[in-house]
Write a protein that binds this ligand. Structure first.
Ligand code: FMN
Length: 361
């Protein structure tokens, strides 16, 4: 029976199954080290301890692994993307610059990995265009390093799944942490979809603070850093918090900013500010166009949009902010950027509330 899908479709479907990333290493009869990046690794049995992985029959290193008595599984840590790429490249001097320690039988163990399994080859059998290797685990070790993750054809990092009762059971700080975690994932997806630089702002001890940036393919600046504290009155993120957080919280920061601006004669009058914040609440987002205040940071005039995300008590917990060069960022009401951000903020608010996310159009 011929399959109703092609190899590309099959690869895409298999990519929905997220895995860790390993480098399988061995030594040949001459004592030369070999290794390749592998995500087909899987546990098989606890008693006896067995694992498996499979290798393409066309991989240049296949004859070496076919004949090797032993191999080691190096489970890569999340800061070892370069190691993964190096061992996935054919013809490369794979061990160049890669620190290893000798394991059982002289098989190299890659330093900095999250964990290691040293194995004796138990069996090998063909599965289509691959050879499946079954290994008996003889020695194991793990470190506290976080594992590298691979799914959908890209590298990922592992984070605990954090929705559920935790949110309602714990205090505001935990709730905010959870909100940042959930929103970080959404931010990555939205930035990919819109190809815009997005930031995630929280109200920190020093006022509006960006805790995550997700860059567009045309970065706004090399200076974007997490922990960046923004002014309340002249940044989109700051104005969003000023509009939706209680005045007791934002008032002292606004007063301090006003005092430092008084010399420059830029004090906003309080009625004018109250009206402006009411207008922001009315429209549901902040829009700043052609701002030069941050030219030192961004190297030119920028525009920004910011939308609020609310916690289950209805308090603003996060600001979702887009920034871009004034002549590039589409800040229009009906534009794709604002539309995507509002949808994302609404979905996050609902998820934090524990209700299912609405289906996306
Ligand atoms: C994340 C990732 C997972 C991979 N998994 C496998 C795998 O399970 N089996 C395999 O044969 N090749 C896999 N590869 C491809 C090999 O690493 C690549 O073909 C490598 O060059 C083979 O080594 P060699 O050229 O020294 O034989 C993977 C590559 C990446 C980036």
């Amino acid at each position: 029976m011929s399959a109703s899908f092609d190899a590309r479709e099959l690869r895409q479907v298999l990519g929905a199954f997220v895995t860790g990333v390993t480098v399988i290493t061995t030594v040949d009869a001459q004592g030369r080290p070999h290794g390749l990046t592998v995500n087909s690794f899987s546990s098989v049995s606890l008693d006896p301890p067995l694992i498996l992985w499979s290798q393409s029959l066309t991989a240049p290193s296949h004859p070496v692994f076919r004949d090797a008595e032993r191999f080691a599984v190096n489970i890569l840590a999340d800061d070892q993307v370069a190691v993964s790429n190096q061992f996935a490249r054919g013809n490369a001097d794979k061990f160049a610059g890669c620190a290893t320690d000798p394991g059982l039988g002289g098989v190299p163990l890659i330093r900095g990995s999250a964990a290691w399994l040293e194995c004796k080859r138990m069996d090998a059998f063909r599965g289509g265009d691959h050879m499946v290797f079954l290994g008996q685990v003889e020695r194991i070790e793990r470190t506290g390093r976080q594992p590298l993750v691979f799914g959908g054809g890209r590298y990922l990092v592992a984070q605990p799944h954090d929705l559920g009762s935790v949110l309602t059971d714990s205090g505001p700080n935990i709730a905010r942490l959870q909100a940042v975690r959930v929103a970080t994932r959404a931010l990555v997806e939205l930035s990919d979809e819109l190809d815009e630089t997005l930031g995630l702002g929280v109200w920190g001890n020093h006022g509006p603070t960006i805790v995550r940036w997700e860059e567009s393919r045309q970065p706004v600046s090399d200076n974007l850093r997490t922990g960046l504290v923004l002014p309340v009155l002249t940044s989109a993120t700051g104005l969003a918090f000023a509009a939706w957080l209680p005045q007791e919280l934002t008032g002292p920061f606004i007063a301090a900013e006003a005092a430092s601006r008084s010399e420059a004669n830029q004090v906003p009058d309080s009625d004018g500010l109250a009206q402006r914040l009411a207008a922001i609440r009315g429209q549901g987002y902040v829009r700043l166009v052609g701002i030069d205040d941050f030219s030192e940071l961004y190297g030119g005039s920028i525009s920004a949009l910011s939308v609020p995300v609310f916690d289950p008590d209805g308090a603003m917990v996060l600001a979702l902010t887009a920034i871009g060069a004034s002549d590039r960022l589409d800040t229009s009401e009906a534009g794709k950027v604002l539309g995507g951000m509002r949808r994302c903020a609404e979905t996050l608010t609902q998820r934090l509330r524990g209700s299912p996310a609405p289906s996306q159009p």
